[in-house]
Structure formats: structure tokens, C-alpha cells
Design a protein around this ligand. Structure first.
Ligand code: NAP
Length: 298
């Protein structure tokens, strides 16, 4: 069996150490780390992966695209996939800023307690606070794909509408709307979205509180509240970082570390998967499917 080589392509000048450590823990024998990669420089790197090993051995080479610049990483993902032809390809995983694995883990956590069954008479409703960031956008996209009616809260109508447009571009049937967020008192539209929500996900920037305890008391229907912010103060007041399905009034709550364990499992399993099948391309949707399999297996 040839050594498992993971080629880390990163738009940042210094490729992410976090991604490198996870890759080694997930079983990569050799890591080739490239920083400052752009769509103009990526093709020869991909050719190097495609043309060195043949047949079944090709699956022992794979590409991980990460880094902190999410749009740049997405452009690299498209360029890498566009370079492959026929069976001459290697597995690719896209997870810039951990956004795909984190969003997938948040949706897996919510699905433990909620049915996303689109045929339900009164379908599931979610509010994504900080829904314009890399993580929030993906949470919104994954939920919308499940048939959930998603409200994206943002301080900027323009940014929120751009997110809605982007998601609808790939999913025209998505039930999405945007509302203005802001400090107390909550804007009326956001307050009524929170009152009606079955699920609330806080995906705001690190160290930013998006929902105080009194604002949260409007969430009378919510069955799951998830806070992804690990830097104090909590994004949703009263949720501790380690909460993992903790009952809290009528809901269950998850904090960033409670979701983070699942995120790490998905990340490691995804790197494993790359080395099983050279045809896989793992974006948020495929990572969610992987997370659902892992969760079902316990
Ligand atoms: N648990 C894990 O393993 C894990 C992994 C990755 C990320 N995370 C966490 O997940 C969260 C989301 O990550 P991200 O990279 O998507 O976040 P981000 O891009 O830094 O911020 C998300 C959104 O928060 C809003 N925001 C920023 N500053 C704000 C402020 N001062 N007041 C109110 N809103 C503000 C912005 O939305 P608007 O400007 O549109 O309002 C922004 O788009 C972060 O807390 C991050 O640390 C956790």
C-alpha cells in the first residue's frame, strides 16, 4: 500500500497548522503543505497529484483546501475540480476556517432533537444569528437544503441579501429571509422570528454576544439553541462552552465545545474518506452526510 499523501493547499501565506495536525491525526503519512496558492498557480500542483500514481494507488493521494480566506479557498476548490478529467482525479476536501465541518456538526447536533421532515404540517423554522459569516452561511445553506425555513439575522441588510442570493443560486427552492439584528431591544422582526423558531444557531464572531438572557426568553417555541462562539462572552447568554444537549427549560442547548467534538470527528473521518475513494469531493453537504452517518453509528 503506497503512503497516504495529503496535499494541503492554502490561500494564506502560511498554511494552517491546525489543518496539518488534524491531517496527521486522521492518518495522512505525508503532508505536503503549500501556502499562498491562487487559482493562477494551482493547476501545476494538481497535475503533480494526478500524474504521479496510477490506478488504485491514486486514492492514496488527496487534496485538502483550507485557510482563513473562505472565498479564495472556494475558488481554489472549483479550480482543482476543473483540472481533473475522467478517472484521473484525487479526493478533495474543502474546509476553510473550519466552516464546513463546524456547520455540518451544528446541523447534526440540531437533528438529534428536531425533525427536518419537509412534509410536516408545520415545518421547522430556524434563526441563524451572525448568518453572514462563513459558518453561519453554511448552517443556513444546510438547513435550507433540509427544507427548514431559515431566517438570517445580520447588521447589514445588504450582506444578508447577498447570502440569500448565493444560497438560492444553488437551491432555488430555499425558504430564506433576512432580518436586521441589533442590540437591545431586539428589532421587532428578529424578535418575532425568535418567537417562532424551533432552532436558533448563534454563529456570530468570536467574543460577540448576540442574544442576552432577556432576549432569549422570547424563544418560547425553540427546542434547540446552539452557540458556536467559544470566546467569552457567550453568543447566547446562559449557554456554557461545554454544553452538549443540556436540557434548559423547554429546550436543549449546545455550546461551541459541545459541537466541536462532533466537528473534529467529521474532520478526521473526512480525511480518512479521501484515502478510500479518489472520486470524492467533500463540501459542506457531503460533510453533513458523513456527520449523520457517524452520529447514527454512535
Ligand atoms: N466550535 C468550532 O469548532 C468552531 C470552528 C470554527 C468557527 N467557530 C466559531 O463560529 C463562529 C462563527 O465563525 P465565523 O468564522 O463564521 O465568524 P465571523 O465571520 O467572524 O463572524 C460571523 C458574523 O458575526 C457578525 N459580527 C461580527 N462582528 C460583530 C459584532 N461586533 N457585533 C455583532 N455581530 C457581529 C457578522 O455578521 P453581520 O456583520 O452580517 O452582522 C459576521 O458575518 C465564531 O464564533 C467562531 O469562533 C467555532
Amino acid at each position: 500500500m503506497p503512503k497516504r499523501i495529503l496535499i494541503q493547499l492554502d490561500p494564506d501565506s502560511q498554511p494552517s497548522i491546525f489543518d496539518a495536525v488534524v491531517a496527521v491525526d486522521a492518518g495522512a503519512d505525508v503532508l505536503l503543505r503549500h501556502g499562498g496558492v491562487t487559482v493562477d498557480t494551482v493547476v501545476p500542483l494538481v497535475h503533480g497529484a494526478m500524474f504521479t500514481r496510477g490506478g488504485a494507488d491514486l486514492a492514496s493521494t488527496a487534496i485538502f483546501i483550507g485557510g482563513s480566506d473562505v472565498p479564495a479557498a472556494e475558488r481554489l476548490f472549483d479550480a482543482v475540480r476543473g483540472t481533473f478529467f475522467g478517472p484521473v482525479r484525487v479526493g478533495v476536501l474543502l474546509d476553510p476556517s473550519g466552516a464546513n465541518t463546524t456547520a455540518a456538526a451544528a446541523v447534526v447536533a440540531a437533528a438529534r432533537h428536531l425533525s427536518f421532515d419537509a412534509s410536516a404540517v408545520d415545518g421547522c423554522r430556524a434563526v441563524v444569528l451572525g448568518g453572514t459569516g462563513p459558518v453561519g452561511q453554511r448552517v443556513a445553506r444546510l438547513l435550507a437544503r433540509k427544507g427548514v425555513a431559515v431566517t438570517i439575522a445580520s447588521r447589514s441588510q445588504e450582506r444578508a441579501e447577498a447570502v440569500v442570493e448565493r444560497i438560492r443560486g444553488g437551491l432555488p427552492s430555499a425558504q430564506l429571509r433576512c432580518v436586521a439584528s441589533g442590540s437591545e431591544p431586539l428589532p421587532a422582526e428578529l424578535r418575532s422570528a425568535i418567537e417562532a423558531a424551533d432552532l436558533i444557531v448563534a454563529a456570530g464572531a468570536a467574543g460577540v454576544r448576540l442574544l442576552s438572557a432577556s432576549e432569549r426568553s422570547a424563544a418560547t417555541r425553540a427546542r434547540v439553541l446552539i452557540d458556536l462562539n467559544a470566546v467569552p462572552p457567550a453568543g447566547i447568554e446562559g449557554i456554557a462552552p461545554t454544553d452538549k444537549g443540556r436540557p434548559d427549560a423547554a429546550a436543549v442547548v449546545y455550546g461551541p465545545l459541545g459541537v466541536g467534538g462532533t466537528k473534529m470527528k467529521i474532520h478526521r473521518a473526512a480525511v480518512h474518506r479521501l484515502f478510500e475513494d479518489a472520486s470524492v469531493c467533500l463540501d459542506a453537504e457531503e460533510l453533513l452526510a458523513l456527520g449523520e452517518q457517524l452520529d447514527a453509528a454512535g
